[in-house]
Design a protein around this ligand. Sequence first.
Ligand code: FUL
Length: 682
Amino acid sequence: MRPFFLLFFLPVLAFAQTTPPTPVYPIPEPRQIAWQELQYYGFVHFNMNTFSDREWGFGDEKPSQFAPSALDARQWARVAKEAGMKGLIITAKHHDGFVLWPSAYTEHSVKNSPWRDGKGDLIREFVDACREYGLKVGIYYSPWDRNHPDYGKPEYITYMRNQLTELLTNYGELFEFWFDGANGGSGWYGGANEERVVDKLTYYDWPSMHALVRELQPGAMLFSDAGPDVRWVGNEHGFAYPTTWSNLMRDSVYAGMPEYSDKWAMGQENGTHWVPAEADVSIRPGWYYHAYEDHKLKTLPELLEIYYQSIGQNSSLLINFPVDTRGLIPDSDVKAILELAAKVKEDFAVNLATGAKVTSSSSRAAGYEASQVLDGNYDSYWAAATGETSTTIELDFGKPRSFNRILVQEYVNLGQRVSAFTVEKEVEGKWLPLAQGTTIGYTRILRVPDTQAQKIRINFLEAKGEPLITELGVYAAPALVFPPKITRSTVGLVSITAADPGLEIYYTLDGSLPLAGKNRYDKPFLLEQPATVQAIVVDAKEGKSSAISRRELDLVKGNWKVLSSDSKAQAAIDEQANTYWTSPAGMLELDLGTEVLLKGITYLPMQARYPSGFIADYVLEGSPNGSNWQELSRGEFANIQNSPVEQLIRFAPQQLRYVRLKAVRTVDGNAATFGELGAITR
Ligand code: FUL
């Protein structure tokens, strides 16, 4: 090289930065760094509520009720492991106060239950099972205790500390300790049966409670609405937010504060402390097992959506298993979680960015090169030059690639930085928009339409410091080929929808099986006659078809009316399964608008989370004109309590215009409720 070039080159080298980037505070503690890698772990809700069939026990339950018939904590651990989870958290004590270990400080415990003749310790069995399967162990403990006579008094705080000490010392290392913020006030409280309101901010003396956990389990993450280490995401749907900061104004929040979800849960750009989000959600509507929710397991599309909206939006994901009265995760739930695991694996099977050429508009040279975003090592990352918050990183795949997912990870150990970015693709030499976003954080996954491009680039537009990007991934997730949803409006408009856009739907109305390529669905159609709709979703590209969805559609309800002065009564015939009407008179009188040859009716019990007023025994009457009534059927909806699915009442065909469904008895004695009524004419 000629001296002239050398002269030109040397100063450039000298100015290239090799010093590490300075942190942008707040930054995670070492325990938070260890925890963030877990990302996905499970919850086990199993305790007295499993046996009292409640979500929040009152505290007056008896230890004798706790009687699982086939409990096997190893099954829970095996399922979690197979589902790709890294840890499990168990409800050691829920709001009803019953404890799963033989605590020396209460009689309200497994030690007085029939399970293992009172010699069992479920925390022990749980911990042993988790260790066997290589899972980290977490414990949920409800501060609110509706059983304890001293709840609300200083003595209870001593009790709580004693119990925490047992849990924190006797079971080895814990990765997370979960303090629930819920507190409803009323309870049994040793027989007092009263409302006890505590000041949630001061009563538990949180600083000293946290200090106790720190002292006995220095590596454990402390969870509550407000952290201090990991915070509640603010809803129980499992969704974080498109803008999710791990920074939190921690001193402004406390567990159980009313405005938390709306105001604080998404974190704040200028938050003072590092308190990342954890999205908790149950695989069924309830946290605890109820046979009446057996038909309400989340579907694969729903679970997948949760995955993308939590882990894909800078949050960890905590999915709950409601363990049943046998003490096992039901087969259906096992199947559902393993299907999710398989789909996630499929979506991220191959990182198409591997081997791509990576360049950036900015660099600090040695040790922080752009190529490190593809090295699979979280601790090596690309850093833009100091203070350069607006910068670009570009991937050239070398040839056109088809993809629909982009995964970006910030190196958050030095603080979460990016607050605005766009993604572009290059098509025929022009850069075109592909996606945009605000925060990235530990992991951000962007779902983009199926795209073909040889080059993509991420433009960082705004950040709190130079961006530090540790990994980039580009994936081609196969479409989710899942049986479609068939709905019909009250006027007869039938819609068939696939979980993933861009797939084909084929259907039949004549009872024959739907076939790919024959009778394609493209938009909602009017169907006023009774028919059986059967439909499949087809991914022509992959040559895959879904299982068949089938729906029996009978009379349209456009001219129907529930005869009641209560305007809410029409909710029972609105074709919406999740709305319902409560009838104080325990009866629903229906006008079908015109006389029809009726062969039966259907009754869907209310489907809301906390059911009430399911009809157990009924009488059905009919009339052609509204004045001459006759009994059509009388009977029992057997097992409706445990299985509140659509019930059928059939009778000898009659010309009728009016029907009356009367509740002779409801399951819980409450006023009868009606989710949806339908006609059977076929
Ligand atoms: C809530 C509790 O009230 C629920 O019962 C459940 O344990 C959930 C995880 O947290 O605050």
